[in-house]
Design a protein around this ligand. Sequence first.
Ligand code: G16
Length: 543
Amino acid sequence: MSIVTVATSPIEGQKPGTSGLRKKTRGFMAPHFVENFVQAILDAIGGAAGKTFVLGGDGRYFSPQVAQVILRMCAAQGAKKVIVGQNALLSTPAASHLIRLNKTDGGFIMSASHNPGGIDEDFGLKFNIANGGPAPESVTDAIYAATKTISEYRILEAHDVDLGAIGTTTLGGMAVEVVDPVSDYANLMETLFDFPKLRALFAGGFRMRFDAMCAITGPYATEILERRLGAPEGTVVNGTPLPDFGGMHPDPNPTWAHELMDVMFGPDAPDFGAASDGDGDRNMVVGKKTYVSPSDSLAVLAANAHLAPGYAGGISGVARSMPTSAAADLVADAKGIGKYETPTGWKFFGNLLDAGRVTLCGEESFGTGSSHVREKDGLWAVLLWLNILAERQTTVAEILKSHWQDFGRNYYSRHDYDALPVDKANAIVDGLRARLADLPGTEVEGMQIASADDFAYTDPVDGSVSKLQGLRIVFADGSRFVIRLSGTGTEGATLRLYLERYVAGPGGLGLDVQDALAPVIAAAESLACIKATSGRDGPDVIT
Ligand code: G16
């Protein structure tokens, strides 16, 4: 085995997005592409010498090859040890947990999350820091800078390491510890939730359907729900992770998880349904004929978390991304705890969690999590919902109804326009941005505009500033819309339009969501001209 230094040159398009680098798989397969990016990561974090890392991913196409490259590069550059999920599999929250549990220096996660997998679909790679969370912008900026000046990388010439067998081997002078991907994570869940009570719930005939969408949460959900909690076999469907997710688009929203929606809204629906995404950090929760919007889910979890043993002492605060509805803020106000509004991207929650300012975080993009790890966590959210249902002995529909009665309802929806030509998407955003200063005080579609700005965030812990995080137009009645471009798409530009309208109740809490939002939707079109500029009839995805 010898260490070789390979001459290379910068490759275009290695700028990390909202959550690491995501690209078409064939782009990642281009010569030197993975090696350049891994070298840039290692350079940006001050080298690998003496360090321990975690490695795993959602098992999508090309992951086995990338895992071997990362191992050989870490070995060549003096890393002490890499802890790898068996067969290079780890859900993103499980990877975050292993980084923390083993006090490592960080980890490599191979995933493009909710994006489809396969040679003609998407691949992704991101680095998480020692707190278990996605690298903050200071680190991703350094990674990007390193990709632009790279001239060589160092790699070990060696045979592939057998990642199928649990145990420790060596690669050069580096230890490779292959671990069961599920057990430590499942043990952590047992410390947070009332497993005996959940076992009793299932034993009492409670019926659930968990759709793993042929992605990574299958083994985790099967172990926890069916084995440890005794839910009947078959509770977990699409439970085997496949390199192409069986052709599914593993994005747990009503559009892509339509099989689950059909069951939950059909005859003989189970009591509770849930789906997770490619890498297991997102979740969608559905009751019998009841869809729970992610923003409402965060608010309900914040209001009820104390019912689970891991949060019995209460929560210190709650954070949400700016486009997420303000429903969780109302809960924070009522509880007298901290509330924070961050840019889109889980990395922005890291400092707040580390500082103990918040216990729960969530986003409209089907992500919820807590201080137990530094990633959002799909299965964790599902278990917290189950714990709340077991304690309150009621239905999802009743929980939502009573929540709205207590706090009012933030009607909320996101409209996505996928794969737009980049120039058209930019024209929409730039056109609206240019008008922001003139909008306050004017009227559109009968609605008075109270404020209009481009969201900027100052991290209250380290003072770092992130600008240009989304255009927001707020109306006099508190309704608002937000427009921003996705940082996770791999084809053209995805434009996201976020819509919100608050109704205090007691009347008007049971409206159809799109009907309730109709005036805001009309105002957004009138101001931003999305359909007119894009030539599209309407959004591709409505959440
Ligand atoms: C990632 C980020 C989330 C973000 C989501 C959507 O999630 O971690 O914080 O909300 O992307 O981002 P965008 O609107 O820029 O596409 P995931 O599940 O894809 O890792």
